[in-house]
Structure formats: C-alpha cells, structure tokens
Ligand binder design. Structure first.
Ligand code: FE
Ligand code: FE
Ligand code: ZN
Length: 299
C-alpha cells in the first residue's frame, strides 16, 4: 500500500516534507511548493533537494509516488480578466518547472471555477490553458482533481473530466478525492459501479492519485469539508474498501483530513492526525479513541 498525507514545505523545503512524512509512518506524501492560498514561492534549493532525495531512498519512499498540489487560487476556467488568466497559466508553468527540479512526477490541480461564465465556455478555457501550458513538455504530469461542486467548480462529474481530457493534446491524469466524490453525489457504497463508469469513459489507468478523506456532510451536499477517517458520513469500512481496492493498489493514497483540535480559540491543540490514521488504516480496524490518542500523543 502506498499511503501518506499532506505535509508542509517550509524553510527546509522537500527535506522537511520527507522528514514529516516519515514521522507519520508514511511511504509517500503530498505538498504545496508554498502557501496554497498565495503564489509567493522561493527558489528550489539544490542541496536540500539532494538531501531529501537521499532520505527518500534510504527509507524506501519512491519519489514517483510523491505528489505536488498546485495552489488553489489558480483558476484556468475564467478568462474575463485576461491578465489573471495569463497569470494562472504562467504560474502553473513555473510550478511544473519547480516540480521537475524536485524530481516530482505528479501535480494535482483543481480544474477551475466558471464564476460568471457559462459552463461550456469555462471548460473550453481550461482546455485552452492546459494546451498552452503543456506545449512545453514537462516531466511532471497534471492530475485533474474530482471536485465537490462547491460554487461554480468544474470537474465535478465524469462528463466534465472526460471533455477536458479528450481535448487536451497531452497526457493528463485524474486525482479522485473521496470527500469530493461523496459531496458531488457519488454513493461510495457503490464505488465499484463508479469505477466501472470511470473505466468505460476515461480509463482506470488515468487514476494516478487518490485523496482519502471522510466528509462532514451528506452525499450530494456540494460542500467540500473534510473529516477524519471514520468520523464522517462516508465511514471507515467504505473508505477502507477504496484504499484496499485491488484495481487501485499501485495508486498513491493521500490523507487530507483536518488537524485535531482545530479551533481558532485553542491554537495549542492543533495536532496532525496522520500518524494515527495511517496506523488505523494499516490495522484495518476502526479506532474509537483516535482523537483522544492524537491529543495524548502530541500534548
Ligand atoms: Fe485539492
Ligand atoms: Fe483533495
Ligand atoms: Zn477538498
């Protein structure tokens, strides 16, 4: 099983990300090359990158399974302000370059939000943008994330994803997100039916990453609020079936579940759940004391 979580990318860049992932007992991880909500980025440090790659080798973390996530303020779907659209395109190009320098193979991207544009035009903008970006070949592959359908988000159903993939002239893939699938209206109790449809329309080989999250909200709520594994509306056994699915066994699984004690009034109690969630997943046994154990471990 290839499993990890979202980790930081701070002063020590990829080296710190690897160290954090190892502290969770993970054999892969996902990071943003800076703050996800802005586009301020530092140059990639070659020394730190070399050390990070060595540490990965020593610990059997295959860099091919490591994922980068593009900042979510990039929006390729809306070009009403052409300078903003150009900025998104250029920024994504730079992100791909940074990933190439780091040796990273996959970049997860939110397809975009239409905002005030009609859906079909917004989807065409995404296609045009990706064709412009990928004209310059990159060793890092873009993965479109399946979205919850919050606001005017695109990439919410297989039809939208298929239209984008079919019309981009370059190889792109998909990142499933279990919380987003649930919130978009997919019944994950019938995950095999979804996979069957996915295979017929797009092809299972296009699934290169899966975000494993429980959801705070019911199916088809279009909300996108992640919950800790087994504590949400999807539930432990359903998530476990997806994680251990035979057809997805070589696909990296990434946890993006919320920190425990996440409360603005109580900043001291913000602890990463990943070490404990990964253990619980490996044990294949729901831990009713998960939150308690995380609090006890970090406090
Ligand atoms: Fe995402
Ligand atoms: Fe996600
Ligand atoms: Zn989400």
């Amino acid at each position: 099983m290839i499993i990890g979580s979202h980790v930081g990318f701070g002063k020590t860049q990829l080296l710190g990300s690897v160290q954090e992932a190892l502290s969770y007992g993970a054999n892969t991880f996902m990071f943003y090359t800076g703050a996800p909500q802005n586009t301020l980025r530092k140059d990639i440090d070659e020394e730190l990158t070399k050390k990070a790659q060595e540490l990965m080798k020593e610990n059997n973390v295959d860099i091919k399974n490591v994922i980068c996530h593009a900042p979510y303020i990039i929006n390729l779907a809306n070009n009403l302000d052409s300078s903003k659209w150009d900025f998104s395109i250029n920024f994504l190009k730079e992100e791909l370059n940074r990933c190439a320098k780091l040796g990273i193979s996959y970049m997860v991207l939110h397809p975009g939000s239409a905002v005030s544009l009609p859906k079909d035009i917004a989807i065409k903008n995404i296609i045009d943008a990706l064709n412009i970006i990928l004209k310059t070949p990159s060793s890092c592959k873009i993965l479109l994330e399946t979205m919850a359908g919050k606001g005017s988000e695109l990439g919410v159903n297989l039809e939208e994803l298929k239209t984008i993939i079919d019309n981009v002239h370059y190889d792109i893939g998909v990142c499933l997100d279990t919380c987003h699938l649930n919130d978009s209206g997919i019944d994950l109790n019938k995950f095999d039916e979804y996979l069957e449809c996915f295979d017929q329309m797009i092809g299972l080989d296009k699934i290169n990453c899966i975000h494993i999250n429980d959801s705070k909200n019911p199916i088809a709520s279009h909300k996108d609020r992640h919950e800790n594994i087994g504590y949400g509306t999807i539930g432990f056994s359903t998530l476990l079936k997806i994680i251990y699915h035979e057809k997805l066994k070589d696909v990296p699984k990434i946890l993006e579940t919320p920190y425990v004690g996440q409360n603005m009034m109580d900043k001291e109690r913000i602890y990463p759940p990943y070490k404990f969630e990964i253990t619980m997943i490996k044990n294949q046994q729901f831990d009713e004391k998960l939150i308690e154990n995380i609090n006890n471990y970090y406090k």
